[in-house]
Design a protein around this ligand. Structure first.
Ligand code: SF4
Ligand code: SF4
Ligand code: ZN
Length: 260
């Protein structure tokens, strides 16, 4: 297995994973989407809400605000030894506001300075004069497979690594005109500017009367494009997704060894 990083920032990553099966590539994608835990508001105690928004709609909106997640400090509720919630498995946040004002995610106060909204400018509700909001929200770790609010990967997709071979090109330029990605350029013959951007649409192949351009896909190499919601760095999310696969494989091995 080999990994070549093409782009990496706090919330985005693009990399080529090669030497793996399609099943493994898909397992990694699914693990990022569904198995890596993140913190999200799970319970809301509303003490006062005279805004135009129903309590339920307000709670739903709060649940979807991404929170900075330190997975070394918190555990899933199901894995915590406590009975009713403790500082290891939950964190309390409060929100108190009076109109006229627009309430933003940055108005939420957290009992743990490390657990704060990823962005401070997410609008929650517009309060008119004398409208009030007072609530306590409990955030817990959860997984994307249980609810989308716990999904740290907002986008995660992959495609097979494209391969473009050009041989015997007469420089007619037909393929350059049809390529929707604009990655073919005509000098004396056609040259490929950025092979990874190829969408494997094969329009160039169809337009080439001499059969000089051939498109194929490497069945064991995958170009991943990942975007995280900011609850944790993108790299951490990818590594933890791989760890989750490892954990599941170990659990499977253990159960099989009990059976045999
Ligand atoms: S397969 Fe499609 S995207 Fe790729 S080079 Fe050909 S026309 Fe462009
Ligand atoms: S269509 Fe074929 S022959 Fe014409 S420029 Fe493209 S690869 Fe060359
Ligand atoms: Zn606990």
């Amino acid at each position: 297995m080999n990994v070549d990083v093409i782009e990496l920032s706090g919330s985005r990553a693009q990399f080529v994973l090669s030497g793996v099966s399609p099943a493994f590539a898909n397992a990694l994608r699914r693990s990022m989407m569904a198995e890596v835990p993140s913190l999200a508001i799970d319970d809301v105690n509303i003490y006062e809400n005279t805004s135009v928004l129903y309590d339920e709609a307000l709670a739903l909106r709060l649940g979807l605000i991404p929170l900075k997640t330190d997975l070394d400090s918190y555990v899933l509720r199901s894995e915590c030894k406590c009975e009713d919630g403790c500082p290891r498995c939950q964190v309390s946040l409060t929100l108190s506001a009076e109109g006229p004002k627009t309430v933003y995610s940055g108005d939420i106060q957290s009992s743990d300075p490390k657990v704060v909204p990823v962005e401070t400018n997410i609008p929650i509700i517009k309060l008119k004069k004398d409208q009030k909001l007072a609530l306590e929200a409990i955030a817990r770790l959860g997984k994307g497979k249980d609810h989308a609010k716990w999904q740290p990967a907002v986008a995660c997709g992959y495609k097979n690594l494209p391969k473009i071979v050009i041989s015997g090109c007469d420089g007619c330029g037909a393929c350059v005109d049809v390529c929707p990605k604009g990655i073919l350029e005509l000098n004396e013959t056609v040259v490929v500017k950025d092979e990874i951007k190829c969408s494997l649409c094969r329009l160039c192949e169809k337009s080439c009367e001499s059969g000089a351009i051939k498109i194929s896909a490497d069945p064991a190499s995958f170009v991943f494009s990942v975007e995280a919601d900011g609850s944790m760095p993108c790299m951490e999310m990818i590594i933890r997704a791989a760890d989750e696969i490892k954990k599941k494989a170990k659990a499977l091995t253990k159960s099989l060894s009990v059976v045999t």
